[in-house]
Write a protein that binds this ligand. Structure first.
Ligand code: ACO
Length: 309
């Protein structure tokens, strides 16, 4: 869906969207395609790239706020569709930091010996929760999925440090009011758009820049890695201005910050793994590189992971 498509449905312009967000187009899944279908496509590619068999996967973690159903988890549906006979499966509801939180959990399971090979997925069908009458939000979101296989070894490479934080006091800055146990779905809520994403964009913007910077600095300090040794920062793709402000805060050159927001918009939990995969396949990540992933989203919630590739 291009900016020109949005010009036809809300009062907006390509110029506004590009200059305020950096987004030119996003991918929208067809009707009848659920988050699990997008996740399966990403998981198949991750399994193929890892050389790992379905039987070896002993845990599947799916970061998503757009599961197929309210019950069961998206992870259980993905497990069935993928055919992972030996895996436990659960969702992580952490909005845009879903993949990073999933990676952090996977790292802990491997370190503690509770699992050996873990599929971590970030997936969203944000088009199912976006309000296409609200120009403040609908132009931002896209659908997508990204996945990684995480396994332990003794090379000294892998996840060196992770950091996760949240502040529920700010939950109403970015939320869906209706449809849960607090406010059951009703026709009134549907009519007011309160069953879709509601966001105070400028407030979220300020917290995002500050806390993504803090989270990235935290993992570097924790791992004892200087910022001059970081080869690539892979940030959540929410807004190009947030990414540029983050780079200034971290004193990292923009050419060391991966960006693909123009093609996909904000895909929430899927944005970091999609960016990581594209960066890797484009040759921007080499063995031994230090990579910082950092994200921020509804909760409010933020987190970071430092990986030696
Ligand atoms: N087209 C044209 N005008 C628009 C549009 C649009 N699509 N959207 C908003 N505007 C208008 C507003 O109505 C406002 O007009 P007014 O001054 O007449 O009232 C004006 O533009 C400025 O609005 P702001 O909200 O102040 O614009 P801002 O520069 O803050 O940009 C944006 C808005 C892009 C949403 C920005 O605040 C942002 O990116 N915030 C962070 C979003 C984010 O990171 N979310 C977290 C992840 S999402 C998740 O967790 C699922």
């Amino acid at each position: 869906m291009t900016n020109a498509d949005f010009e036809r449905i809300v009062d907006t312009s390509d110029e506004w969207i590009v200059s305020r967000t950096g987004i030119k187009e996003r991918r929208i899944a067809d009707e009848g395609i659920a988050s699990s279908d997008l996740a399966v496509a990403a998981c198949e590619k991750a399994l193929e790239a890892s050389g790992c068999s379905r039987e070896e996967i002993d845990l599947l973690i799916v970061g998503t706020v757009t599961p197929d159903y309210r019950l069961p988890s998206c992870a259980c549906v993905v497990q069935e569709k993928m055919g992972l006979p030996n895996a436990a499966a659960f969702d992580v509801v952490a909005a845009c930091t879903g993949f990073i939180n999933g990676l952090s959990i996977a790292n802990s399971y491997i370190a503690s010996g509770q699992a050996k090979k873990i599929l971590v997925v970030g997936v969203e069908k944000l088009s199912s929760i976006a309000n296409y009458k609200d120009r403040n939000t609908c132009v931002l979101f896209g659908d997508g999925a990204g996945a990684a296989v995480v396994a332990g070894d003794d090379t000294g490479r892998g996840v060196l440090s992770t950091f996760m934080r949240s502040d529920g006091n700010m939950r109403e800055l970015l939320w869906i009011k209706a449809g849960g146990s607090m406010h059951a779905f009703s026709e009134e809520y549907a009519a007011s758009g309160e069953d879709k994403v509601l966001m105070n964009g400028s407030e979220v913007f300020k917290v995002a820049v500050k806390e993504m910077g803090n989270a990235a600095r935290h993992v570097m300090k924790d791992a004892g890695v200087d910022q001059s040794d970081i080869s690539l920062v892979v940030p959540h793709q929410a807004n190009i201005r947030i990414i540029e402000a983050l780079a200034r805060r971290l004193k990292v050159d923009l050419d060391k910050v991966y960006m693909n927001i123009s093609k996909y918009g904000n895909t929430s939990a899927a944005s970091v793994p999609i960016a990581l995969d594209e960066a890797y396949r484009e040759g921007r990540i080499k063995e031994g590189d230090h990579i910082v992933m950092v994200a921020f989203g509804g909760g409010l919630i933020w987190g970071s992971a430092l990986v030696k590739w």
